[in-house]
Write a new protein. Structure first.
Lengths: 336, 330
């Protein structure tokens, strides 16, 4: 049984301007100790997926319309609040993009670090502080004994992110959800934080869901990768396959847009048009308006995420029917 | 040989820090830009990279004289901007324009696209009032915006389109030099590629000189002819973009390049990285000597003595490291 199994999750936002289908029927699972990468552009629904699992969607305007998120046999979306609270922050923890807005500026770091322990474990304050200190050292903060009493503003961005990781991992969670934890950081600091997550994951044996828009980060960190677009999963595969043999035109287009992968000076491959407006119903494939292979069948009905090889599934109906050959893909890329 | 259009000579921009509530005391200064000498050739794309806080944005603002220069000179097309009067400075903006990072903050939300693009034309009396409409339409189509959107407001556009408006505004006066401060950092990859293509095409088509600031080295490598790497207010390495990024000479550039994740699992998992310890030091109190020495794995006693000058490091390349010849090949 997977550690977390999300099935047909739909999270909609009901606003004055219409219904935004931020997450529109997403299913995936995470095994113990596995790292799942979720990639996509802004508005693709990757963060809302995580927030839904963590119960952090403001309701209203948000509403989880359907679906389930089974964590070790318990549905996080339907279970009584008391049960959910006993899991969140204890067995499932989350870290966020911006450590300045997710730490409380008024409280000393020590208070924030021990809070999850005091809530979830029957532990005395001094013992909790001792654990907090060990955790500060484990995430690589020098002079931890003194700095544990600092306020968040006294740390640099990278150090704050370490504090947040320490706070998330202090209860030794089985699943860590990381929502773009390195996006706000410089590359040299990002390298430090990624190393840290990798090492702690090994030591604690936890599973990680890593949300990012950076395909480079995914390549180095994740076992399984899923690509989201317009609130849906377009393709999912193990990292090596996704980069070597992507089958969905969107995955290919996304990879081709990265400057580092293209010869210098040549015009960059671009995806024409804009991401879809999720406040309008998308009867067909979400990528249909920008896809070079779109046919009538693509706007007729929503393509299913079909498994084509063990661990590799995609939602391109034409590729599933074998109508798009690799040669044709290459031709499109050369012309676009 | 194209001539130098922009020249910086030992430019320093320091910000004073004051302490005290009623009686202000001078408590030191942030050395955001601390001695930059650089010349930019006509028609060239110069990439400027470095981590946050290294002074690259302050350098951009210094070139445009949006912040007062502490020392040194900025020379644009033979005119010394640091000594220019207000009216001379205004006139120089015809040749020198800027594009900012955040297209949500840099456009006036109360001005239509037309008003935004007409303003520079009217201020600088580029054309007669009756010709403005035609000119605005021409600029809009040049950046890939349909002229029928002229009466719309910025909030009606997506991030990528807003950045096109910002580029159009910078182009309105037919400038010779554009300074773009992280113009694609706020955009998604697919949109980023569109804007990079547009900038590259405009540079070629209009013989523009572009100073392109970014923290993303792969973007800079793609668009730039030359690249300058900054660390703590100084340029530590300078040279042809692909050479510098593929074969970095300075230890800091090496660390920076090795920190970029490569979007290919086969390469990414196999390679060794130089992980820098700690954070960049504070520009208020930079380390003595080479400011990189506390984090540098090759640092020796002599590195702490004096700030190293830029010395030749290969064809058309310079780097500021006294141990260049002794370093292992990158």
């Amino acid at each position: 049984m997977p550690l977390l199994a999300v099935n047909d999750l739909r999270t909609y936002f009901h606003t004055r301007n219409g219904v935004y289908r931020a997450v529109d029927g997403v299913s995936f699972s995470v095994e113990r100790g596995e790292t799942l990468g979720i990639v996509g552009e802004s508005g693709s629904g990757k963060s809302v997926t995580c927030y839904s699992i963590m119960g952090l969607i403001p309701q209203p305007p948000g509403r989880i319309e359907s679906g389930s998120a089974m964590f070790d046999g318990i549905d996080l979306l339907r279970c009584p609040p008391k049960v959910a609270r006993s899991i969140r922050g204890k067995r499932v923890a989350m870290i966020f993009q911006d450590p300045m807005t997710s730490l409380n500026p008024y409280l000393r770091v020590s208070e924030q670090l021990i809070e999850p322990l005091l809530i979830h474990e029957n532990i005395s304050r001094p013992a909790a502080l001792k654990r907090a200190l060990e955790m500060m050292e484990a995430v690589g903060i020098n002079d931890a004994a003194r700095r544990i009493h600092f306020h968040p503003h006294e740390f640099s961005g990278g150090m704050r992110q370490r504090v947040m990781i320490a706070m998330a991992l202090i209860t030794r969670p089985e699943l860590l959800i990381a929502d773009e934890p390195t996006t706000a950081l410089d590359v040299t600091v990002q390298a430090q934080i990624l190393d840290l997550i990798r090492r702690l994951q090994r030591e604690l044996g936890m599973a990680v869901i890593f949300v990012t828009h950076d395909l480079g980060v995914v390549a180095g960190l994740c076992d399984q990768v899923q690509v989201m677009y317009g609130g849906r999963i377009m393709e999912t595969a193990d990292a090596a396959t996704l980069f070597k043999n992507p089958l969905h035109p969107y995955t290919r287009a996304l990879q081709r847009s990265i400057p580092g992968l293209q010869p210098k000076g040549q015009e960059l491959f671009t995806i024409p048009g804009l991401p879809p407006d999720v406040s309008k119903p998308l009867p067909g494939c979400a990528f249909v308006a920008r896809c070079g292979f779109a046919a009538e069948v693509c706007s007729a009905g929503r393509p299913e995420l079909l498994t084509v090889a063990p661990g590799h599934a995609h939602a391109c109906i034409r590729a599933q029917r074998g109508e798009i050959s690799v040669a044709e893909l290459a031709k499109w890329e050369a012309h676009a | 040989m194209p001539e130098d259009i922009l020249e910086l000579r030992d430019v320093k921009t320091h910000f004073a820090i004051q302490s005290g509530f009623l009686v202000k005391r001078h408590a030191g200064s942030v050395r955001a830009v601390d001695g930059v000498t650089l010349s930019v050739r006509q028609g060239e794309v110069l990439g400027l990279v470095g981590e946050s806080g290294c002074g690259k944005s302050t350098l951009a603002r210094t070139i445009l004289q949006l912040v007062p220069t502490t020392a040194g000179t900025v020379i644009l097309n033979g005119r010394n901007l640091t000594a220019a009067s207000r009216s001379e400075l205004l006139a120089s903006r015809r040749d020198l324009q800027m594009i900012f990072q955040d297209p949500y903050a840099s456009l006036n939300p109360r001005m239509t696209v037309f008003a935004t693009l007409a303003e520079p034309l009217l201020v600088h009396r580029v054309c007669r009032r009756s010709e403005v409409a035609g000119k605005v339409a021409e600029i809009m189509s040049r950046v890939g915006l349909a002229p029928r959107f002229a009466q719309k407001y910025p909030h009606e556009f997506s991030g990528g389109q807003r950045q096109r408006i910002a580029i159009a505004r910078a182009l309105a006066l037919n400038p010779k030099v554009i300074v773009a401060d992280e113009p694609v950092s706020a955009l998604d990859v697919s949109i980023q590629a569109q804007i990079l293509n547009l900038l590259a095409e405009l540079c070629r088509g209009m013989n523009l000189t572009l100073i392109f600031i970014a923290h993303d080295l792969s973007v800079v490598r793609h668009i730039s002819d030359r690249v300058a790497v900054m660390y703590l207010g100084k340029i530590v390495e300078l040279g042809p973009a692909a050479d510098v990024i593929d074969h970095p000479a300075h230890p800091y550039t090496r660390a920076l390049v090795s920190a970029i994740p490569v979007p290919d699992p086969a390469i990414e998992r196999g390679r060794r990285r130089v992980v820098l310890a700690g954070d960049p030091p504070s520009p208020i109190n930079p380390p003595a000597g080479c400011s990189f020495h506390p984090r540098c794995r090759y640092a020796i006693e002599a590195c702490k003595a004096a700030p190293p000058p830029l010395v030749p490091a290969g064809p058309a390349r310079e780097a500021a490291c006294i141990r260049l010849g002794e370093l292992p090949p990158s």
